[in-house]
Design a protein around this ligand. Structure first.
Ligand code: VTB
Length: 353
């Protein structure tokens, strides 16, 4: 195979390699389910993700990860990962990939065995994902039907009416996911007043966002304030699913609650400027959060969830469910994997339903 052929093949294989990465992170985390040790669950997922990632023939760079270099030993922002990093002047250049990871989205969900914990990552060509610092983000997420019909700055009732109209139903038939936090008291009151139904979640607005863009999930929108890194990864998923996210970074001065302010580093605005976010008050759309042309999105269920089942262990093997999506070749794959390594007599059973 010529050089161009090898390069192309490596690029094509990235998507399957990333599937393996989220599967391994999910399996590691799932083994710790319900132990009430969220940090430990996260650590296991991070280590599994990191070691799988390093086996991939790519020149990878973490743009959204576990924190800054001094606070995270692995998968920190700016860390280089992949085979290409260890090889000086390779004969065939490795694909240059920017990667946003959330090895265990919903550490609390995993720690308590609650639904919708996932292992997730998004990747793109260099510059294809915005470098978002760990601040809060005000978000409005809708699926393909309501794309272009909503505005994060419009009153909640107007957005709900617009979504309902596009989905040929009444506002009372909509389900909006909101994180159960004191900061959302007014938002919840506004949604109630408009007549829509609400699903309050303790954590995990990223997997809720994906559900909002998948028909039949029973989720029609996600509203409220969550993490900015999760917002960027959601944007990558929205590009693949033809959904929409509008997001506004929230710096310390925009947050009412002292606990939320306390979670944000003092120098965050300087870091945002360095990362190219010059006007944090602006609303960023899907394409600005994830401008990449070649986006790969991979998520694997850790605990059972709305669109992905969690990891099931059955003694001689285990089974995972993932979603794997690309924008370059527009594919959305739901992957049901049986991991039967080491069991030569394994019997495959069809047990999806
Ligand atoms: C958010 C949300 C995540 O953690 O980052 C949240 O986007 C933390 O919010 O999905 P609080 O500071 O209010 O607890 C998740 O729920 C899970 O990682």
């Amino acid at each position: 195979m010529d050089v161009a052929g090898i390069e192309r093949r490596r690029e094509q294989n990235l998507v399957y390699n990333f599937l393996r990465v989220v599967e391994m992170a999910a399996i590691g985390a799932a083994r710790t389910m319900g132990r009430g040790e969220r940090k430990y669950s996260d650590q296991v997922a991070v280590e599994a993700m990191r070691s799988e990632m390093d086996l991939i023939p790519m020149d990878g760079r973490i743009v959204i990860g576990e924190g800054e270099r001094d606070e995270a030993p692995m998968l920190y922002i700016g860390e280089r990962v992949g085979v290409g990093v260890h090889e000086q002047s390779p004969t065939v250049p490795y694909p240059e990939v920017d990667i946003a990871v959330d090895p265990l989205e919903g550490t609390n969900l995993c720690a308590t065995g609650a639904p919708n914990a996932i292992a997730v990552l998004a990747a793109a060509e260099r510059g294809g994902l915005i470098h978002a610092p760990d601040v809060y983000m005000q978000k409005l997420i809708v699926g393909p039907a309501a794309k272009g019909a909503v505005d994060i700055d419009a009153p909640v009732k107007d957005n709900l009416r617009a979504i309902a109209k596009r989905m040929n139903r009444d506002v009372d038939d909509l389900v909006v996911v909101v994180m159960d936090r004191p900061r959302h008291r007014q938002l919840v009151a506004d949604i109630k007043a408009a007549g829509a139904r609400i699903r309050l979640i303790t954590d995990g607005d990223l997997s809720a966002g994906i559900s909002a863009a998948v028909g039949g999930s029973g989720v029609h929108a996600v509203m409220g304030i969550g993490g900015a890194p999760e917002g960027v990864i959601t944007a990558a998923a929205m590009k693949c699913l033809n959904g929409e996210i509008q997001g506004r970074f929230l710096t310390k001065d925009k947050l009412e609650h002292p606990e939320e302010r306390a979670k944000i580093a003092d120098d965050v605005e300087d870091r945002m400027r360095e990362m190219g976010i010059t006007d944090p008050t602006r609303v960023y759309d899907t394409n600005e959060l994830a401008p990449g042309r070649k986006i790969i999105f991979a998520a694997c269920g850790v605990t059972d969830g709305t669109i992905l089942r969690g990891v099931r262990f059955f003694g001689t093997g285990l089974r995972t469910e993932s979603v794997l999506m690309t924008t370059d070749t527009h594919h959305v794959r739901f992957v049901d994997t049986l991991h039967l390594e080491g069991d030569p007599d394994a019997v495959v059973r069809f047990d999806r339903f």
